[in-house]
Design a protein around this ligand. Structure first.
Ligand code: ZN
Length: 268
């Protein structure tokens, strides 16, 4: 059965005090994980966003690439601040052109070594054939770059010696929280009941991308509820939340990956 945990339980059970969260475009993290992020920051976890492209190819109005970049940076900063995110960093890659190149991996490793997070949020490198729009090529590239950086580069002291020379030492990452993943990969449902309005509030800041706010909100809430309904039906209503007959819960689902634990042997 897929475990159900609140953000506060996640932080306490896994000992998370610091999270680094990667997204391909401004708004990806808010679509995929905003409610969980809001819950983590309320539980005292320090969360930093790293947005890999400028989102300069997005939007519905004819705007110059330069003003769109500025606008989307501002929208993402405001949304993140609303959720209690400490900071937003931008890797400055061009929207629509992201590749899991060594240059991009180096930027990811640099950010990871600077922050030394307990967990990293990443988009999935796997294509979701059930809803192709989730698998924008930039999303897949972002996921691939972060997963490649997570092992082995971030923990290999001989990778990127120029970072070590700046005091950015190699370290072993413990957890990857994969979002925007194919549904069959879900292995953790985060109970974000009571935080759904925080997610909608964060998404409303991305007005350049979602001019039809009502449609966007319906889409988001339906998705959050539907996941729970499917899941509770599959596993017996109420069983998973531990209280039969409990009112509907809102969830965000993830593929939680243990990168390094007590049983990890390097290379296997
Ligand atoms: Zn995106």
């Amino acid at each position: 059965m897929m475990p159900l945990m609140t953000p506060a339980e996640l932080a306490a059970d896994y000992g998370w005090t610091k999270v680094l969260a990667f997204g391909a475009h401004p708004d990806d993290l808010d679509f995929g994980a905003a409610a969980t992020v809001a819950g983590l920051t309320r539980a005292g976890v320090e969360v930093t966003y790293v947005v890999m492209t400028d989102g300069d190819a997005g939007g519905f109005e004819a705007e110059s690439q330069h003003t769109m970049t500025e606008r989307r940076h501002r929208e993402q900063r405001e949304a993140a601040a609303h959720l209690g995110v400490r900071d937003v960093e931008y890797l400055g890659e061009r929207d629509g052109y992201l590749e899991p190149s060594h240059a991009v991996q180096a930027k990811v490793v640099e950010a990871m070594r600077r922050h030394r997070p307990d967990a990293v949020f990443t988009m999935s490198p796997e294509r979701d054939w059930s809803r192709l729009q989730r698998s924008h090529p930039d999303h897949l590239a972002a996921g691939e770059a972060v997963v490649r950086a997570s092992y082995p580069a971030v923990e290999n002291p001989f990778a990127y010696p120029e970072f070590a020379a700046r005091g950015l030492e190699a370290f072993h990452l413990k957890w990857l929280m994969v979002y925007c993943h194919p549904a069959e990969r879900s292995n953790l449902a985060v109970d974000v009941t009571g935080l759904e309005q925080e997610k909608l509030a964060a998404l409303r800041f991305h007005a350049s991308q979602h001019p039809d706010v009502q449609r966007m909100e319906t889409f988001v809430l339906d998705g959050m509820e539907q996941l729970y309904r499917d899941w509770s039906t599959a596993h017996g209503t109420g069983e998973a939340v531990g209280a039969p007959g409990t009112a509907r819960r809102f969830v965000e689902t993830f593929q939680l990956v243990s990168v390094n634990d007590a049983s990890t042997i390097s290379g296997f």
